[in-house]
Design a protein around this ligand. Structure first.
Ligand SMILES: [Cu+2]
Length: 118
């Protein structure tokens, strides 16, 4: 094998390595994390693509119990309510249908969140 060929093969191998992680990232299911932090959902407003898994994460510093309730969603989407948790736990839901999801915490009237799927 000539030295020139070896250098060329090495360059091709390095290029393949550089591209691989980007392709892997594309195949991963999309997910977004929402903080459930006394007494707010953070971020309170977000826009995601259909099929995004929303992960609500209760802060370990929380002192009060909270849940995540779908108050109003797009037509045909069944309402859901998470269990009531206080701290250090996650709960998720995948939003597949396009539209506006208005969420709230059953226990705290100002804890509201809007997620737009489009
Ligand atoms: Cu709450």
């Amino acid at each position: 094998m000539s030295r020139r060929l070896i250098v060329l093969l090495a360059a091709v191998a390095l290029a393949a390595l550089a591209v691989a992680p980007a392709q892997g990232a594309k195949k991963k299911p999309r997910s977004k994390t929402v903080g459930v932090i006394d007494y707010a959902f953070t971020p309170a407003k977000m826009t995601v693509r259909p099929g995004t898994k929303i992960v609500w994460k209760w802060s370990k510093a929380n002192s009060a119990p909270h849940d995540v309730k779908l108050a109003k969603g797009p037509k045909g989407v069944k309402k859901f309510t998470s269990p009531v948790y206080t701290a250090s736990i996650s709960w998720s839901r995948t939003l597949k249908v396009k539209g506006t999801y208005r969420l709230l915490c059953t226990y705290h009237a100002n804890m509201r969140q809007t997620i737009v799927v489009k």
